[in-house]
Design a protein around this ligand. Structure first.
Ligand code: SF4
Length: 346
């Protein structure tokens, strides 16, 4: 993993909503987010529903127009390109959707569905296209003679494989996987994850893998980013974030992850967050997590914390600012971080 395939700099996406109010309201779905993804790397993106993960994925692919910031694909700024100028990039930047039932047109055969992107971009002759579709079906573990069947003849897992084959049709280099396994049975989820990993190893594709909990992304991701109310609050190596989350929100999210072994689950403490997620139309002043954070200090209500580096980790929280870190050296970090947390057995 060396070169950056994708780089996002200070990316924001705001939506204007008019619901009978005199002044239009603005939803701050994605707010000042920056990161890079290297060739062959998977960045897992987690956070509760409505935190802006899917909006971020769609803005990167230019399905939504960015409000501010830059999107660089292999060093080229694609954030302001016209539809026509975007066409060659559309082949390289693809998306796998959440719902394999809704994302496949039931009136099309599997061959037509997988071949459609090749038609749109006008590549390959009809016979070449048929051969390519059959190869893609084999790549995703289906049979070449499935080409003339319809989506309703397949199970959920098989339909997601068809969706993946369609995504691969144009040889993409970067794929946004938008909760690709959350609509599938648990028994099928691991198969789809393994397939995505095998494809990545073979083709060196980079993934932005969106899921709503850390457990789902920990196996496939090299790094994990945690989002809250449109902001990236923590980012680091998958194992580090999973084993020892630093941001108070990441700690709460991880503590809520279900554990299959009943003994371990019983011993595990769960951090209960009080209050609702604030509205992205009217986010709190200062840190977006200050209304629910058990560690909030006066500074947290004044302005948004900067993103601080802690070893290999980026954390947007005042508790990791040099000033607080100095205090913690004297006090010891864990007592400060644990003193007011409300914990309850799962
Ligand atoms: Fe909590 Fe303050 Fe850190 Fe935000 S900046 S997570 S409110 S301690």
């Amino acid at each position: 993993m060396e070169e950056n395939v994708l780089e996002v700099k200070n990316l924001s996406k705001f939506f204007q909503v008019n619901r009978g109010w005199k002044t239009p309201q603005v939803v701050q779905a994605v707010n000042d987010i920056s990161f890079q993804i290297k060739k062959g790397e998977t960045l897992g993106l987690v956070g509760e529903s409505g935190c802006g993960k899917s909006s971020l994925g769609r803005t990167i692919l230019r399905i939504y127009e960015p409000t501010k910031g830059e999107i660089l694909f292999k060093g080229e700024d694609i954030s302001r390109l016209s539809r026509k100028q975007m066409l060659p990039y559309r082949q390289k930047l693809q998306m796998i959707f959440q719902d394999p039932y809704a994302s496949l047109n039931p009136r099309f055969t599997v061959g037509e569905i997988i071949g459609e992107p090749m038609d749109i971009h006008n590549i390959l002759t009809p016979s070449q296209r048929e051969k390519r579709v059959q190869e893609l079906l084999e790549t995703v573990g289906l049979k070449p003679d499935h080409i003339r069947r319809y989506p309703h003849e397949f199970s959920g897992g098989q339909r997601q494989r068809i969706g993946i084959a369609r995504t691969l049709a144009l040889n993409p280099e970067f794929i946004v996987c938008d909760e690709p396994i959350s609509a599938l049975d648990v028994s099928i989820q691991a198969q789809v994850i393994n397939l995505l990993e095998d494809i990545q190893k073979e083709r060196g594709i980079s993934y932005l893998f969106i899921a709503h909990d850390l457990g789902m992304v920990k196996h496939i991701s090299h790094r994990i980013g945690v989002m809250y109310l449109g902001h990236m609050v923590e980012m680091g190596k998958a194992n580090d974030v999973y084993k020892k989350p630093l941001h108070p929100y990441s700690k709460a999210l991880l503590s809520a992850e279900p554990i299959p072994d009943p003994k371990t689950a019983k011993a595990k403490k769960r951090i209960l967050l009080e209050g609702e997620i604030p509205s992205p139309i009217n986010p709190p002043k200062g840190c977006p997590f200050n209304t629910r954070c058990p560690y909030a200090v006066a500074e947290c209500f004044r302005q948004m914390p900067a993103t601080f580096s802690v070893d290999d980790r980026q954390v947007a929280c005042y508790l990791y600012s040099p000033r607080y870190l100095r205090q913690r050296e004297n006090l010891s970090i864990e007592p400060l971080l644990n003193k007011e947390v409300k914990e309850t057995a799962c």
